[in-house]
Design a protein around this ligand. Structure first.
Ligand SMILES: Nc1ncnc2c1ncn2[C@@H]1O[C@H](COP(=O)(O)OP(=O)(O)O)[C@@H](O)[C@H]1O
Ligand SMILES: [Mg+2]
Length: 426
């Protein structure tokens, strides 16, 4: 899409579509601009809520977008990221080539509006008139049974037009950079399937499952998930991680925003933010601030101890239920054996250690004594990481490769006497 466009935005809640407002988008001098106005109906709806903190409160006037992004964050969250955009761009180019045309470049709004309606992240639906764009076709989301085919296609996207065609719709419905696709379970629930990447130096997908398992053992909220081992040849098996989509309940959609949107931040300025910024905003917007802050704090501690460095603002999110906004389950956690440079720091000074986690605990409403015992409990659970890894099928060589991620010097400090709270002598 180029020039100016007017898009009607609906949000599907408990199976009903509500007209939320109008999104205008235009492109001038190769730069996109957008504005949004809530509909009168949405403003009059007693159940209405702001779809994005940047669109809060429910303004009666058109809100213009500012900053270096071309779309409001809530819409960016419903658009593909690197992997999905690559699929869309290549398929678009394939089509242009077939018609002997020079392909135009796709813009943020193109990427947003090309996403499959059935599997789009969150609860938005888009219309130019009455009909939903990319309204579901029966085959838009493949069943789990086609996992092997999708996996094979994900490995051939570079060279095969057929592979791109197969993956385009299910593969571009979600964000992120790694190969993935939405797939339907036999009970018609939506899942995200994450595949290996040819660039992986170890079994990244399997380790993500190990990390999710350990997180769950630490009492954190994780979506139901499982590992599928797909035999691709006599000698080779590939790993696929299947996670239930937390932005769906059955076929019902659940609104979602990332913490990038929560903070009105952009990819270019992540280094200006820390967990403390999220905690501040979360306490304002969450319908259960105390529980969410504690959950976030514990996720942060877990992240330090398993070296989950790719913890940028798009890797945390919120969902909206009848109670209001609240933290979404944990996702995209990956132990990193090669470095401890976190995308998102704990505090603005850039510290990422257990001492700092303790220091900032009060900002997450976690009293110091509770913080100390929570850290100990997490460290104890993580001591079992090798058993968990073996249970999930990681080989001895993989376990050895991953050791630096889990053997954090702070683990021993956390368990040692030094961390006991000593009352000052009278
Ligand atoms: N279980 C899930 N349910 C719903 N949405 C999810 C789930 N896991 C991830 N997502 C969404 O898909 C996006 C990409 O997934 P992610 O695991 O972050 O992939 P990547 O490793 O490519 O970054 C996330 O940013 C989030 O919006
Ligand atoms: Mg991600």
């Amino acid at each position: 899409m180029s020039g100016a466009s007017k898009i009607f935005v609906d949000i599907n809640i408990d199976g009903t579509d509500y007209f939320v407002g109008t999104l205008w988008h235009s492109i001038r001098k190769n730069k996109g601009f957008s504005s949004f106005q809530y509909s009168d109906k949405w403003q009059a709806n007693p159940e209405a809520f702001a779809i994005d903190p940047a669109l809060s409160p429910l303004h009666s006037k058109e809100v213009f977008h500012s900053g270096d992004k071309t779309l409001f964050g809530c819409f960016e969250d419903a658009a593909p990221d690197r992997w999905g955009r690559m699929l869309m761009r290549r398929t678009f180019n394939d089509k242009a080539k077939a018609q002997d045309k020079h392909p135009r470049s796709l813009t943020d709004i193109d990427f947003l509006l090309m996403v499959d309606d059935l599997s789009r992240m969150g609860a938005f639906r888009f219309r130019i008139d009455k009909k939903y764009l990319t309204a579901p076709t029966i085959n838009s989301v493949p069943p789990l049974i086609r996992l092997r085919e999708l996996l094979e296609a994900s490995e051939k996207v570079e060279e095969s037009h057929q592979a791109r065609k197969l993956l385009l719709t299910p593969g571009s419905s979600l964000g992120g950079a790694r190969p993935k696709a939405s797939v339907l379970s036999p009970d018609m629930t939506l899942n995200i399937a994450k595949f290996e990447s040819s660039k992986d130096e170890y079994d990244v997908v399997r380790w993500e499952a190990v990390a999710l398992h350990l997180a769950s053992e630490c009492g954190l909220m994780v979506p139901p998930f499982e590992i599928e081992n797909i035999t691709v040849s006599k000698r080779e098996q590939k790993t696929v991680l299947i996670e239930k989509r937390f932005d769906r309940s059955g076929l019902l959609r659940i609104p979602y925003i990332s913490t990038m949107t929560l903070l009105n931040a952009s990819d270019n300025d992540t280094e200006n933010y820390s967990y403390l910024h999220i905690s501040e905003k979360l306490s304002e917007i969450s319908s259960r601030p105390t529980a969410d802050l504690k959950e976030l704090w514990k996720r942060m501690v877990l992240g330090i101890l398993i070296s989950n460095t790719d913890n940028h603002l798009r890797n945390h999110g919120l969902i909206h239920t009848s109670a209001g906004w609240g933290l979404a389950p944990l996702f995209d956690i990956n132990p990193n054996p090669d470095d401890r440079n976190f995308s998102l720091n704990i505090d603005p000074a850039g510290n990422n250690d257990i001492k700092t986690a303790l220091k900032v605990a009060e900002h997450f409403e976690v009293p110091e004594s509770v913080a100390r015992s929570d850290i100990k409990a997490i460290v104890k659970t993580l001591k079992n990481w090798k058993y968990a890894a073996a249970k999930y099928g990681c080989t001895a060589a993989e376990i050895s490769r991953m050791t630096p991620a889990f053997e954090h010097p702070d683990s021993d400090i956390a368990l040692s006497e030094n961390t006991h709270h000593r009352k000052p002598r009278p």
